[in-house]
Write a protein that binds this ligand. Structure first.
Ligand code: MTE
Length: 324
């Protein structure tokens, strides 16, 4: 069996990852220069020009305007932290298909074509279906939820996602009694995503949840962020959000889901089984083999804060992991 190399960048210990503040200071400088040169721009138009929203024409379409901004569900709020600024979240991404360099993802991911886009739902279900993304947008009632987001690299942010509960999709396809897990895949297209030519990785990206996790009320299928459609770098046009787990579980740009009776393998677990487990629940007491998970950097600030068990969602999810 060929040995799989752990890609170089993933090996960098958390403390050596490019200090995000250096990047932010540069960004603030560029914004100041840009604003001076262009006159005063509305924050939204500045974000659009600088962040690269998927398809400006689509974003303007009346169809999308029916969905975004989605009504905020205030049940899902974050009380003790400020929301991360959009321009910061949109320029500090992990999307290995494009590049291993966080600050370059937004630029490279502009090549991602999000229309037409199909999502096949198959496996142990009574109603297998292939959804067109525009049908998904209209068939499922969308809402906005503000969630904490915690990457395994020990940085964190607070994000307003828009989407619908995964449980709604599960109800629609009706899993059979034997179904216990759901496996998900990202697109495979090295013409769009240059790092998919890098054979160090087992493309396409794949992830999985237990059916009980997928049914949990926190588990969201997101199509939007910050009041509009997802831009490519955040995983357009459909991504998973599981806020009590490390961010690598939240697979981007989903094209396929399969309900199965076996625990699926996952992209990072296949690459480094001793570092990334299937469950990947946020836990300050379980260090990553190469760094501590006891605290986290809040991106967009100079703060560090203690990590909380299940990323602060213990009350909603601890029951999933209690032994009977
Ligand atoms: N999904 C795919 N397809 N490819 C990836 O590289 N990275 C994961 C996750 N989903 C990743 C992915 C990781 S490690 C993180 S932290 C989050 O996406 C980052 O999401 P964001 O860039 O929207 O903040």
């Amino acid at each position: 069996m060929p040995s799989i190399h752990l890609p170089r960048n993933w090996r960098i210990p958390e403390k050596d990852v490019t200090p995000e503040q250096v990047y932010l200071d540069r960004r603030r400088f560029l914004r100041a220069v840009g604003a001076a040169g262009m006159g005063l721009l509305a924050p939204w138009s500045l974000d659009k020009t600088s962040i690269g929203v998927a398809d400006a024409a689509d974003a303007a379409s009346t169809e999308l305007a029916k969905v975004f901004p989605a009504k905020r569900n205030t049940k899902f709020a974050v009380q003790d932290r400020e929301m991360t600024r959009e321009d910061i979240a949109a320029r500090y991404n992990n999307f290995y298909e494009f590049t291993e360099e966080k600050t370059l993802v937004a630029t490279l991911a502009r090549n991602l074509k999000t229309r037409p886009w199909k999502v096949e739902v198959t496996g142990l279900v009574r109603n297998p279906r292939t959804f067109d993304i525009d049908d998904l947008l209209h068939e499922f009632a969308h809402e906005e939820r503000i969630y904490r987001f915690r990457c395994v690299e020990a940085w964190a942010m607070v994000v307003p996602w828009a989407g619908f509960p995964f449980s709604e999709l599960v109800r629609k396809v009706e899993p059979r009694a034997e179904a216990r897990y759901v496996r998900m895949w990202t697109f495979l297209n090295p013409e769009w995503a240059p790092n998919q030519k890098n054979s160090d990785y087992p493309w396409p990206y794949f992830e999985g949840l237990t059916l009980a996790e997928a049914m949990n009320e926190l588990t969201l299928l997101a199509t939007g962020i910050y009041g509009h459609e997802l831009p490519p770098q955040h995983g357009a046009p459909l991504r998973l959000v599981v806020p009590w787990k490390y961010g690598f579980k939240s697979i981007k740009s989903i094209v396929k889901m399969e309900f199965t009776d076996r625990q699926p393998s996952t992209f990072w677990n296949q690459l480094a089984p001793t570092e990334y487990d299937f469950y990947a629940n946020v836990n300050p007491k379980v260090p990553h083999p190469r760094w501590s998970q006891a605290s986290e950097r809040l991106i967009g600030t100079r703060e560090r804060a203690p990590t909380t068990l299940f990323n602060g969602y213990e009350a909603s999810v601890a029951g999933l992991y209690k032994k009977p």
